[in-house]
Write a protein that binds this ligand. Sequence first.
Ligand code: 28F
Length: 638
Amino acid sequence: MAKQNTYDEKSIKILEGLEAVRKRPGMYIGSTDKRGMHHLVWEIVDNSIDEIINGYGDYIKIILHKDGSITVADNGRGVPIGLHESGKSTPEVIYTVLHAGGKFEESGYKVSGGLHGVGGSVVNALSTRMEVTIYRDGKISQITFKNGGEVDSPLKTIGESKKTGTIVRFLPDKEIFKNCNFSFTTISERMQESAFLLSNVTIEVIDEEDNLSAKYHYENGIVSFVEYMNEGKDTLNKVVHFTSTKNRIEVDVAMQYTTEYNEQMLSFVNNVKTGDGGSHEVGFKSGLTKAFNDYAKSNNILKKDASFDGNDLREGLTSVIHVKIPEDLLQFEGQTKGKLGTPEAKRTVEAVVYENLKFYLEENKEIALSILEKAEKSRAAREAARKARESVRKGTSKSNKERVLSEKLAKATGKDYINNELFLVEGDSAGGSAKSNRDREHQAILPLRGKVLNTEKASASDIENNAELRQIEYAIGAGLGETFDYRESNYGKVIIMTDADVDGSHIQVLLITFFYKFMRPLIEQGMLYIATPPLFSIETGTKGVKEYIATNEELESRKKTLKGNYKIQRFKGLGEMNGDELYETTMCKKNRRLIRVSLEDASLAEKRIHVLMGDEVAPRKAWINENVDFTLEDDFRK
Ligand code: 28F
């Protein structure tokens, strides 16, 4: 009798625990938008990855099903199927009790990122259905859940098999994740990264709805990663790889110089990307700068007191840094916990990079010299660009820039550049409306005619020969490519404003490609934005008031609450709105919604641009359908 009671109490407690997750999903998965919904996948995949890191299994498969559910499978040992001391099966405990599963403590390196480690029960709590199938001990066992964690059918044997592994399929709760779908692009990109970091693991992603699939397998870890990032580029050296453990921190660094100007650096901590960098990146940079300067001095390449600037030494450098840090030293910073704080990581990475690179440079004199030569050119170019800007500002060389611009650009009158905005507007007609309806003090308008040049493979001289892009370059006034300096920009924000259709998205991507290739710091500094014009207006008969609706989904839900007469207008393009409307909905600070373009992952963004701009039509369509996904801040209202 008494036992029965405790069991009931426990069940109630469990449901209360999961209810807490349903009440405040954000506390467990960050948000309930697309991003949050993908967190569910990462939670489950991280369990597979942990099992593989512990030495069991080499294969992960993810399937996006037509019904909106998703399957994650691995060939590890399979979740233990015995009875737990509570009298329930171990899988039931793992998937219904918050924070259950000593698995993470056991592995030594906890999956990091702040939101991780809460695992299967959180996913279950936020799913209308979940099915866990375990291959283990010669049997196939299964348990199913419904309505956010209630046991639907307890663990039972459903077949026999000699295989081992765990399969989890779940359907996220539509009430919690409104209008969200899993994105093949998002999932396969992240899985590709994991495949690089894990080495010799196969990860397959299948989208049954759109018949897409991807399979990743890399043998040389982050060396393969750097090779992949530099595919098709001219390089100065074979990928250099250092790995060493010091102060209980394992450092893994791979790097290669290209002949290009862009620097690409990706960093990871315990297999999780640190999108905002942190102490390990700082350590890498200072170790590298020191090693090169030491080398240059001891080989009489530099005069006594001169030294190379880190930025010049990293021009054209592609690098991946992966550190493994024991739990007690782990510290994350920033709102999204994407930045490593651990101070020991700086010292350690710096020492490893400095010592190994110094040795490498001594052993590879020719390569060392070619890199230093490149750094010297970079320094000289910076200096020349600075002087050129200086003389333009002093009015000594009022070139044809002014002429190029005067035809098209409607300037802002304000002098405080940080508060000024440049709108790049699709089409002359929308451009005209925007010019006459704007905040003249702070908003400048540059209309663009038609499609912008695809700059994926363009050079700086191609830009100078292209009227449209040259206008953009001159309007921003901060240089181009290696001479670009965001601090010189005439605008604090550059805002792309196109029609809300496929052509509009295409123009956005072409422009983003241009900025990515030739003004990357503008993106890195969060200065590039996309405006979001409304798709519909609704005029209600009673009040004669207009309201504006951004998406089809919003329109559908708004329609349900509308009574009486109303008129819906669909805006096919910016040009269909009158000037007031365009200003009120899309340009004025009070009402507009800007999407900040952010290159959290520079390497993948470029690959993505490759997909979008390349010759293959299918992946481009898939991507455009999934929406312009450069958005990081879904709710960026300002
Ligand atoms: C599709 C998602 O979740 N894979 C997992 C394992 C393996 C073990 C385990 C997981 C035991 C007591 C917690 C097996 N044999 N894929 C997955 N594979 N969990 S999750 O153990 C869980 C702990 O409480 C496992 C021996 N030890 C561990």
